[in-house]
Design a protein. Structure first.
Length: 248
């Protein structure tokens, strides 16, 4: 299982806690608003907005919430003016980290994210320092009990997916971001349940850490994820099954 898949699994397990805090909805509403602001309120002509709405529906967000978030983005309703800031840096052992944020107070966010890195054994890097190690991909995880490799490979080939990987208990389809929606729809049309799906940043290589550094790295990732302005955190950190069990 790739480092991306392992961290996604841990986050998925802890998702119920995020939901209680309302954090998932808050992040999705902010993403819908910023997508509508930059690309317009019509999802047919705005791929970023379309992807954000898909993610919101997957979390059972009410349609009215989605509509209002779009209207705040287009200016039809009054809303907060968010700025996108992407941070690049390093965690323990030189692990690459990307943090995407949406904030209404740039100075506060920069200060707090920098403090989080330095407090937990990391440091911020310059723009471009780690971004080259990642590619934006659509990732669709499906339980092995839900579909055969042959069936999924046929869908991948016909719907324009890139690859199908064995990730332990799951199959993982990777796609170009432009093909993500069509591949996801093809999977659903085949009545195959989806464990998890998202457009994310996938690292080209992953870094394994010893137990002490791994524990510190997981603390850093969780602290960054928990920041109110954080939308997404990506890293090329990999972990052993034992380390994953402790984290979960």
């Amino acid at each position: 299982m790739s480092g991306h898949s392992k961290w996604a699994t841990i986050k998925h397990k802890k998702g119920a806690l995020d939901a209680k805090r309302g954090k998932i909805f808050t992040r999705l509403i902010k993403e819908i608003s910023i997508a509508a602001k930059h690309g317009g309120g019509d999802p047919d002509g705005n791929p970023r907005l379309r992807t954000a709405i898909l993610a919101a529906k997957a979390e059972n967000m009410p349609g009215d919430n989605i509509k209002k978030a779009i209207q705040r983005g287009t200016g039809e309703l009054e809303g907060v003016n968010y700025e996108e800031i992407t941070f690049e840096g390093y965690g323990p052992g030189g692990v690459a980290v990307i943090v995407e944020t949406l904030t209404d107070n740039r100075n506060r966010t920069v200060s707090e994210i920098r403090h989080t890195f330095s407090k937990i054994g990391g440091n911020l890097g310059s723009t471009g320092s780690v971004m080259h190690m990642f590619s934006k991909k659509g990732v669709i995880a499906i339980a092995k009990t839900a579909a055969s490799e042959d069936d999924l490979m046929n869908i991948v080939l016909e719907a324009g997916g890139e690859d199908l990987n064995d990730e332990g208990d799951n199959w993982e389809i990777t796609t170009d971001p432009a093909s993500y929606e069509s591949v996801l729809n093809a999977v659903k049309a085949a009545n195959i349940p989806v464990e998890n799906s998202e457009v994310t940043m996938v690292a080209s290589t992953y870094t394994q850490l010893d137990d002490v550094a791994a524990k510190q790295m997981m603390r850093l990732l969780e602290a960054l994820e928990d920041h109110d302005d954080t939308q997404n955190v990506y890293s090329n950190f990999d972990m052993t099954a034992e380390q994953m069990e402790l984290a979960g």
